[in-house]
Design a protein around this ligand. Structure first.
Ligand code: F6R
Length: 613
């Protein structure tokens, strides 16, 4: 999705803005641009394509300005082209702005402004914003310090939808105005400099101290101050938060790609996520949570709501919560949940999972649940992200920044955290056999070592990828918890290898999909539940008879001779088995993508943080 960077300080803004945009490239984009204030005039440079195209534009090296805004655009309204890329200016070229989000009522606003004599040069929704700022600025007869801020505030009052906006003006060479609503934006602060970005890694090399904005808080930045205002333009105070991530966690650290680095970081991410939350001798600890036995006993349903991989993490933990807490759990896709009138009341607990914490559908589903009386709990990887500010309670995975578009370490950390949450609830409720809890705790604590063990299949998987990378179709099979891993493995394969793949509950195969099995097709099966091993093997035999090539991921003692490749994994509790079973599948999609020469970290058409519906 679109990315925003901003700088105001004493250094040349342009190189800082370009470096920030490069760090946001992983979010997905199709054009890039910057605007700086040069000798009391606004300069704009932008182009279709990569940030590299922008940094090669003639004249860009001559920019001297020490205040500037920058943007990578992911087209929503209007095709990717220079005219539609940001920054945008008003007709008089007094104001430059960048915008992330969607202005839903832009047609109305465009008509209004056209009637007032304004002309539009792009197809974007964004272009109404600088012109509205100009409109309100020109109408304002008060000539005080807040005039620019008032114009931005009045503009925002007219906007429906989501936005993160940075605005600069040639009339105010020492000011930048910033505001957000339902769209991410953070402000990094040092003594004489302020840095802005859509997310923390883009500016982590400059500062660890950040202001996290709430919706419709307006900020006036100078080089050495940040003043915050509410919607009535009353000044409010805001504290900085220190972010513990280090810079090397946002760099490749010698790996070819972020995805491979993040796959290999899973032992650490899981260790950090477990932290001090569980031990064998005491009850599970969540300093952020204060659930009581009375409240949890009153709950008659838990919804887990998320999108994509985060939803798969939820699916694989449904069983653990139901078995340990004896509360029914429904797992739903956020974009479906919000439109299907789910039955929610004060006896419902809704858990929302989002690595980025900025996924528009998940945030909307959370708001709906709150309005319907449910308590809401957010699970995110990003401190202070929108979802955590909306929810009644928030807990964090400690996976570190996930840069590759395809989620890997965030998924396994989410599965760990949900299992720990299930234990936390179960210990409060006291409805579960203690041995089951102790066994699960033991297995969770052993996970980092076992993930290291599982990663040893890398070379075998790399070789297998060479044999199958030209395939057009693939199937992923599993039963029970393994079926949830089949879904996630299939999603990884599609998104980074562009191979069409389907996942099925193994027993469903003969009810239709088996018609697609033909000679040479690859079928990948996950086989970790000892009660279901024989059943799944029968299903695999059905595809072998029809000529399929088979890869089996298992922690069971099975006869290997009938399969083309078997990957053996360490044994673990079935509740957390997805954390190990997914590793060969992440590696397989990674190496197939590499064999095909694709851009692993930035697959086509995808964005890291999906901030529009
Ligand atoms: C797939 C992937 C996506 C995300 C989904 C939700 O690899 O990364 O399916 O899981 O877009 O994103 P978050 O977790 O940020 O809400």
């Amino acid at each position: 999705m679109c990315g925003i960077v901003g700088y105001i300080g004493n250094k040349k803004a342009c190189p800082i803005l370009i470096a920030g945009l490069s760090r946001l490239e992983y979010r997905g984009y199709d054009s890039a641009g910057i605007s700086t204030i040069e000798k009391n005039d606004l300069s704009i440079m932008k182009d279709k394509g990569r940030v590299k195209n922008l940094s090669n534009l003639e004249g860009i090296d001559n920019l001297e300005g020490t205040i500037g805004i920058a943007h990578t655009r992911w087209a929503t309204h209007g095709k990717p082209c220079k005219e539609n890329s940001h920054p945008h200016q008003d007709n008089s070229k007094t104001f430059s702005i960048v915008h992330n989000g969607i202005i839903e009522n832009y047609n109305e606003l465009r008509t209004f402004l056209t009637e007032k004599g304004y002309t539009f040069y792009s197809e974007t929704d964004t272009e109404v914003i600088p012109n509205l700022i100009h409109y309100y600025y020109s109408k304002d007869s008060q000539n005080d310090d807040l005039k620019f801020l008032r114009a931005v505030k009045n503009t925002c009052a007219d906007l429906k939808g989501s936005f993160a906006i940075e605005a600069i003006s040639k009339l105010y060479p020492n000011n930048m105005i910033v505001v957000r609503k339902d769209s991410p934006l953070v402000i990094g602060t040092c003594e004489d400099e302020k840095y802005l970005a859509s997310d923390i890694p883009a500016i982590l090399s400059y500062t660890k101290d950040f202001y996290l904005l709430d919706d419709l808080e307006f900020v006036v930045l100078t080089r050495n101050s940040a003043k915050f205002y509410n919607q009535d333009l009353e000044e409010i105070t805001k504290d900085t938060q220190t972010i513990e991530w280090n810079m090397s966690s946002a760099e490749k650290d010698g790996f070819d790609d972020f995805m491979l680095k993040e796959i290999n970081e899973q032992p650490t991410a899981i260790r950090e996520t477990i932290g001090a939350r569980i031990s064998l001798n005491s009850k599970c600890q969540f300093d952020e949570l204060s659930f009581t036995k009375d409240y949890l006993s009153s709950i008659n349903k838990i919804y887990i709501v998320a999108c994509g991989t985060a939803m798969h993490a939820g699916l694989s933990c449904k069983n653990a919560i139901e078995k340990l807490c004896k509360i029914p759990v429904e797992v739903d896709i956020a974009s479906e949940f919000r439109y299907r009138s789910p039955i929610i009341d004060e006896k419902t607990l809704c858990i929302f999972i989002s690595q980025s914490g900025e996924t528009a559908d998940t945030i909307a589903a959370l708001k709906l649940s709150k309005e319907s009386g449910a308590k809401t709990l957010a699970i995110s990887n990003v401190i202070g992200s929108s979802i955590t500010r909306e929810a009644d309670y928030s807990i964090y995975t400690h996976a570190g920044p996930e840069i590759a578009v395809a989620s890997t370490k965030a998924y396994t950390s989410q599965v760990v955290l949900l299992n720990i949450l299930a234990i936390y609830f179960a210990e409060i409720l006291e409805v579960c056999d203690e041995n089951l809890i102790i066994n699960l705790k033991q297995n969770i604590l052993e996970l980092p070592k076992k993930v290291e063990e599982a990663l040893k299949c890398t070379d075998i998987i790399k070789d297998f990828a060479k044999q199958i990378y030209l395939e057009k179709d693939m199937f992923f099979l599993g039963r029970g918890i393994d079926e949830t891993v089949a879904r996630e493995g299939s999603l990884k394969m599609k998104e980074i290898s562009y191979i069409h793949s389907e996942s099925y509950a193994a027993g469903e195969l003969k009810h239709g999909p088996i018609a697609l099995i033909e000679n040479g097709i690859t079928v990948i099966s996950i086989l970790t539940d000892e009660n279901l091993v024989k059943k799944t093997i029968s299903n695999i035999q059905e595809v072998i008879t029809r000529g399929a090539k088979t890869l089996v991921i298992t922690n069971q003692n099975i006869d290997k001779t009938m399969f083309d490749l078997v990957i053996n994994l360490p044994k673990t509790s079935s509740f957390v088995s997805p954390i190990l079973s997914i590793i060969p599948l992440q590696l397989l999609s990674y190496y197939i993508s590499k064999e095909k020469g694709l851009d692993v970290d930035k697959p086509r058409n995808l964005a890291k943080s999906v901030t529009v519906e």
